[in-house]
Every structure is written in structure tokens, then in C-alpha cells.
Design a protein around this ligand. Structure first.
Ligand code: FAD
Length: 542
């Protein structure tokens, strides 16, 4: 009923649509007149556990820069639990400022998984009905709850000789959390991001409706939720595509000093040799000493004598990182294939390093670094990450300025750089990418030492990130942020570009009071204090 009303409203645009948007954009400048802990939350019956105590752990995320305390945490044990609380908040309508955020593993960077004064839904508590594998035909899949960690799905799938196809670099993240962004990693050139490898979702919309959706059924909500930054509904269950799992991985690194040679090789590898490789990434190394030595704990140099003589000091270098999966019976053939592939590339010969690891160890590689950092109390530092999607046509201009003039060294954290080709990616999802088919993911994954006033301190890294953002916007490089973070609706409108109207239409349809995922700061919660219509009309008419 509500959905069809919104549809009609949308068809009557532009005037009615704009008036409705004004309502949607309604924000109180003074929230203090509203009760912080609405009594209705205390008294309503729940089947899950709604807790008003010990809520501090849901007030921070991996970014570790925001501390925003919720009113309550729901530990759900079913989808209907989640639907119940959202419907309750929705029915409070404009009398309330309550918001609701799903919290996966809380590994957002800018407070996106937080709900200040709202309700956080602790998705990891929702484990039933457990993982259900379907292995019978050519398209194996597993049904999981969205609060499941990818690492657990990997372990359970491997027991059946199967594995999901597309990953993130780190697996201690939830299905719902990565599907709400995209899930891009070194397999994306081949299989697309994780949002390409999902057959079906169960979603609770911002109205409290429970909807099963796929490409065939409620496709608009399916597409909206994929890459949807939690704005259209809470994903409670997902059907993930699987494939036969390999046993081993040949993992290769090699350095380039010439950016053109590096990117030419990367692009060639993702276009012509799709089946020749299973994973391709890369990273930038600026001003690092004894770099190759640091690789020796996990990799072996192909030519140890030459590798010993190589120096990285003071240089800007680019590391190509490749992986080829295999089973033990194919090892001879794989050696030949890999050697032939490498012979066509133009890396610095003395810097070729190779390793052979199990499939699990390869996929869970970042966890090894996590354990080391945790031992030294370095994991929970502020993380000032900036993730960009740079169109192919802009990557040289970008690299010249950013890697040679703005970033002075890469000692605060890795700087990833690798291309993907979205021509085979699913269309219509909420993910925002550059318009060109081939674009580069460039990720500045810096950690800051809070007490430092030096170049590893918060201010220095924030200033560097701001310089990068300023440069890309002034040079009109048509770069988009990944894991985007903005503070104003106008910035979000620019981010979405041509997709802004679609975003607003879907928001009106599925979360008209803007209850969900307030930490993304896209559209403020609508409540009774309607803002000055003049300002908003000005904004909408821009
Ligand atoms: P949270 O941080 O808890 O949530 C993130 C957002 O999604 C919030 O807005 C939240 O409300 C919403 N959300 C969470 N669950 C749901 C749900 N079930 N339904 C609807 N909305 C929901 N990303 C990549 O693409 N590729 C990588 O290689 C990669 N590597 C990473 C490595 C590390 C060490 C870290 C910390 C992050 C990495 N990320 C990567 C980013 C990561 O994908 C996102 O930060 C992701 O959101 C984290 O998942 P989470 O389960 O912690 O979600």
C-alpha cells in the first residue's frame, strides 16, 4: 500500500516529488526536545534481546575516530525480530528521531555502522538458520545469515570442496557489510565484486517489510540493496554463489619502476588472460628501505643473488601481485603456464618473488598481519583510509601528481592500485563507479599514531588525504570514492551523479523516513521539525 503510494508520487514528479523530498530531507536542527530513550522501546515486547546496557562496544568502528553512543542494541535471533523493531520505529513516524543501523563486524571507517541515539542491530548474533549448502547442480550456492563472517563461510564451504568466488582482502567482515559496499578485491577482474556473486537476498526495508529479492523477484530492491550502503533495507540472509575450491595458490610479486610498464602489464593481464590468472592486485612503494627483505618471510626470490643487490631506497616503485590457483595433480602444468605468463611481462627481473601457500592461507593473509599488529597494540589505531576508483584515462595524471608530489612515503600503510573491467559486472546495483569500463582501485590504507605530531600523526595524514581529494576534484579526473564518505547531501548528490534520482526514488520507496544506516550521513532522519522549505527547494533546484 505504502509502496504503491510512493510510486504514484514519483510518477507525479516533479512538483509532488520535490515536496515529498522536502519531507524526506526533513531534519531537526534541535533534537533535544525529543526524548533520548523513547519509552516505547522499553515497553515493547521483543523476541530477540534488546539491551540498553553495555552499549559502548557499538559506539565505535574500525576507523576509530567517531564515538557515537546508541540508545540500545538489538541482538536478533530471526528476521522477524529485525522487522519488528523497524516497523515499530517506522510507526513512530515523525514523532521520533530514532534511527536503526545494522552493524556487521563494525569495520567501517567513518562511523557508517553507528547509530547515535538510535538502535544498533548486532547482525553477528543472528546465526539461525545456519549455513545451508546446495551442491547438487552446476550452480552450487550457500544460504547464509547476513551477519556471518566470510572466514566462516570459507571454512564451511571447503569442507564440501567448494568456495565463494569473489573476496575482500580481509575475511573477518560480514556478508551484509561487504554486500552493502561491493566487496572488491583481486578476483573482481574475473568474477566481478561480491555483489555480482549473490543469487538472492532477504531484506527488511525501512518500513519493516520483509522482502525476498533476486534478479527475477523484486529486482529493484535486490539491485538497491547491493552496494546500497544500508540505505534501503537490512539484508538478513544471502544466497552466495560457489565454485569448486582449489587446494593451493602460487603467489607472485615483482616490482616495476616505470608506471606505464606496470599499468600496461596489469591491464593486459585483466583483459586477455582472464583464465590465466585468478587474482591480480598491486601496490605502490614510496621511499621504503630494505623492501625485498621484508618479503622474505613469506616469499622466495627467484634469483637470490640479484635480489640481494636490489635497492629500493628513495624510489617510487610499483609492485604487481598475482595469484594462480591449482590442485596438486596440476602442479607441473601450472609451473609452465606461470613461467610463460611471466616471460611476457616487463618487471625488474631481480625483484621476482614467488610463494606457494594453501588456498585458505592465501585468502586469510591479512589476518596474519592483524595478529602481529594486535600483539603490538597497533591494530586499534585510527584508520584514515581513502579508497578511490580512478578511470583508466585519468590514472597517469593521477599517479604523476599523487605518487610523486603528494604522498611522500608509504610507511603508514599500504597503497593498493589495480585495475578492474566492469563491462562484465552486474548493471543497476547501487554501486557508484566511474563511467569508463576500466578503472583502478587506489586505496590509501593509512593508520595514524594518535599522539604523534609528525607525518604518522592524524593531522598529517588527514591533510594528505584532503590534498588528494582537492587535487582530484580540481583536476576533474572523474574519480569516484569507494566506501564513500561525505558530510553534506550536496556532496552525495555529486557522488551519485546520474544515479542520484534513482537513489532518491529508491529511498522514498524503501526507507521514506530515512531511518536506516544514519552513519552514512546521506539523508537525515525525517521527523516533525520540517526545515525551511526555501533552503531545501534551492538545493533541489540546483
Ligand atoms: P559494518 O562496518 O558493520 O557496516 C558497514 C555499513 O554497512 C554500515 O552502514 C552498516 O549499517 C551497513 N550494514 C552492515 N550490515 C548490513 C546488513 N546486513 N544490511 C544492510 N546494511 C548493513 N572492502 C572491499 O571491498 N575490499 C577489500 O579488500 C576490503 N578490505 C578490507 C580490509 C580491512 C582490514 C577492513 C577493515 C575493511 C576492508 N574492506 C574492504 C572494507 C569493508 O568491506 C567494509 O568496511 C565493510 O562494510 C565492513 O564490513 P562489516 O561487516 O564490518 O560492516
Amino acid at each position: 500500500m505504502f509502496i504503491s503510494q510512493a510510486n504514484i508520487l514519483f510518477k507525479l514528479k516533479p512538483l509532488v516529488f520535490k515536496i515529498a523530498l522536502l519531507f524526506l530531507l526533513g531534519i531537526t536542527t534541535n533534537r533535544n526536545h525529543l526524548p533520548t530513550n523513547p519509552p516505547s522501546l522499553y515497553t515493547m515486547p521483543f523476541f530477540g534481546n534488546l539491551s540498553f546496557h553495555n552499549i559502548n562496544h557499538a559506539s565505535k568502528d574500525f576507523g576509530n575516530r567517531y564515538h557515537l553512543i546508541p540508545t540500545a542494541i538489538l541482538y536478533p535471533n530471526s528476521t522477524s525480530n529485525i522487522a519488528h523493531i523497524i516497523k515499530h520505529v517506522f510507526n513512530l513516524g515523525l514523532t521520533s528521531h530514532l534511527t536503526v543501523a545494522a552493524r556487521g563486524h563494525g569495520h567501517s571507517l567513518e562511523g557508517q555502522s553507528l547509530a547515535p541515539d538510535g538502535v544498533v542491530i548486532h547482525m553477528e548474533s543472528y546465526k539461525s538458520p545456519g549455513m545451508a549448502f546446495h551442491t547438487g547442480d552446476h550452480y552450487p550456492y550457500v544460504d547464509v545469515s547476513a551477519g556471518e563472517l566470510w572466514i566462516n563461510i570459507l571454512h564451511e564451504s571447503l569442507k564440501r570442496g567448494l568456495s565463494p568466488k569473489s573476496w575482500t582482502d580481509y575475511l573477518h567482515l560480514t556478508v551484509g557489510g561487504t554486500l552493502s559496499n561491493a566487496g572488491i578485491s583481486g578476483q573482481a577482474f574475473r568474477h566481478g565484486p561480491q555483489i555480482n556473486n549473490v543469487y538472492r537476498l532477504r531484506v527488511v526495508t525501512g518500513r519493516g517489510d520483509v522482502v525476498t529479492c533476486s534478479d527475477e523477484q523484486n529486482a529493484d530492491l535486490f539491485n538497491a540493496a547491493l552496494g546500497g550502503l544500508g540505505q534501503f533495507g537490512i539484508i538478513t540472509e544471502a544466497r552466495i554463489a560457489l565454485e569448486p575450491a582449489p587446494a593451493k595458490v602460487k603467489w607472485i610479486r615483482a616490482l616495476y619502476s616505470d608506471f606505464t610498464a606496470f599499468t600496461n602489464d596489469q591491464e593486459r593481464l585483466i583483459s586477455s588472460s582472464r583464465d590465466a590468472l585468478d587474482y591480480l592486485e598491486g601496490f605502490v612503494v614510496i621511499n621504503r628501505t630494505r623492501l625485498l627483505n621484508s618479503w622474505r618471510s613469506s616469499f622466495n626470490p627467484k634469483d637470490p643473488v640479484q635480489a640481494e643487490q636490489f635497492t629500493s631506497e628513495g624510489r617510487v616503485l610499483f609492485c604487481l601481485e598475482l595469484a594462480k590457483y591449482f590442485n596438486l595433480e596440476d602442479v607441473g602444468e601450472i609451473e609452465r603456464e606461470v613461467d610463460s605468463l611471466l616471460s611476457e611481462l616487463s618487471f625488474i627481473r631481480s625483484t621476482l618473488f614467488v610463494s606457494e601457500v594453501s588456498y585458505v592461507d592465501f585468502l586469510d593473509r591479512v589476518h596474519v598481519s592483524e595478529m602481529k599488529l594486535r600483539e603490538n597494540n597497533l591494530w586499534d589505531m585510527p584508520h584514515l583510509w581513502l579508497n578511490l576508483l580512478v578511470p583508466r584515462s585519468s590514472i597517469y595524471g593521477f599517479a604523476k601528481q599523487v605518487f610523486h608530489n603528494i604522498v611522500e612515503d608509504t610507511s603508514n600503510g599500504p597503497v593498493l592500485i589495480y585495475p578492474v573491467d566492469k563491462s562484465r559486472w552486474k548493471n543497476g546495483t547501487s554501486l557508484v563507479t566511474p563511467e569508463e569500463d576500466v578503472f583502478y582501485l587506489v586505496a590509501f590504507l593509512s593508520s595514524a599514531v594518535p599522539s604523534s605530531a609528525g607525518k604518522d600523526g592524524l593531522d598529517a595524514i588527514l591533510t594528505r588525504n584532503r590534498r588528494i581529494v582537492k587535487f582530484i576534484s580540481e583536476s576533474n579526473l572523474r574519480v569516484k570514492q569507494y566506501l564513500p564518505h561525505y558530510n553534506t547531501t550536496q556532496e552525495w548528490r555529486e557522488h551519485f551523479g546520474a544515479k542520484w534520482e534513482i537513489f532518491l526514488r529508491r529511498k522514498m520507496l524503501y526507507d521514506p523516513l530515512a531511518i536506516l544506516a544514519p552513519g552514512q550521513r546521506i539523508i537525515p532522519r525525517a521527523n516533525a521539525k520540517i526545515p525551511s522549505s526555501k533552503n531545501n527547494l534551492k538545493e533541489l533546484n540546483k
